[in-house]
Design a protein around this ligand. Structure first.
Ligand SMILES: *[C@@H]1O[C@H](CO)[C@@H](O)[C@H](O)[C@H]1NC(C)=O
Length: 225
């Protein structure tokens, strides 16, 4: 009987220990589950925050793109307007001629008396022929942008043909000829010009067009001091 009671007690205590262990394990499991669900929540939150951030960045990039585009179109517009103004100024200048000559012209018209008329006229023609008289340079004006960074342009220095010649580059064989200064300023690139091929390529920039003849250097001169 005593033996049985002892056995019972032993069994009871073993069961109690077992139960305590199970309780403990269950508590731990619950705690772990809680933590896992917390992590899941956090992960979901991070993911959605990341998605939002991505969306924000995408929309900001889009608006930046749009702003860039408007800026570019504005700049294009400004460019064309500047070009147009330049062309119009060129046109006005070619219409009005050089200022000092006009002043002389006005004065001379006032003084046109019959006897001195011929004399005055001669003087007038002398003064209006400004080709070899530079009194001052007021400002730089861009007549035209065309061709590469090197080369030269000139009119026919010998006559009143009004043609404009472009030597694009420093070693080429083809000269571009424009019929008038207006053509030159109006032309998109070299589109309004005629190609003139010369027998051998020029070197450098020291050329002259005189009475429909081109005088140019075939070899580069080496200058030493
Ligand atoms: C003018 O010369 C430049 C280089 O010197 C060249 O790149 C350009 O193509 C030339 N233009 C024409 C229309 O020949």
């Amino acid at each position: 009987m005593r033996g049985f009671a002892l056995l019972l007690a032993l069994v009871y205590s073993a069961t109690a220990q077992h139960q305590a262990l199970i309780d403990y394990l269950e508590r731990r499991l619950l705690a772990i589950e809680d933590r896992i669900s917390l992590w899941q929540e956090q992960t979901t939150r991070y993911a959605s925050e990341l998605r939002e951030l991505k969306q924000q960045m995408v929309s900001q990039l889009e608006s930046l793109d749009k702003e860039k585009e408007t800026l570019r179109t504005t700049l294009d517009g400004v460019g064309t307007r500047v070009d147009r103004v330049e062309r119009e100024l060129d046109y006005l200048e070619t219409q009005n001629g050089a200022q000092p000559c006009v002043d002389v012209d006005d004065k001379l018209i006032e003084q046109q008396v019959t006897l001195v008329k011929e004399k005055q006229k001669a003087k007038y023609f002398k003064l209006t022929d400004c080709s070899d008289m530079i009194s001052s340079i007021k400002a730089m004006k861009i007549l035209k942008r065309v061709g590469g960074p090197k080369g030269m342009w000139t009119k026919d220095t010998g006559g009143a043909s009004g043609k404009v010649y472009i030597f694009n580059g420093t070693a080429e064989e083809t000269i571009n000829e424009f019929a008038t200064v207006q053509d030159f300023t109006r032309s998109a690139g070299f589109s309004l010009s005629t190609d003139l091929k010369i027998p051998s390529s020029w070197k450098g920039t020291g050329h002259v067009v005189y009475n429909n003849h081109v005088y140019y250097c075939k070899i580069m001169f080496l200058c030493t001091a």
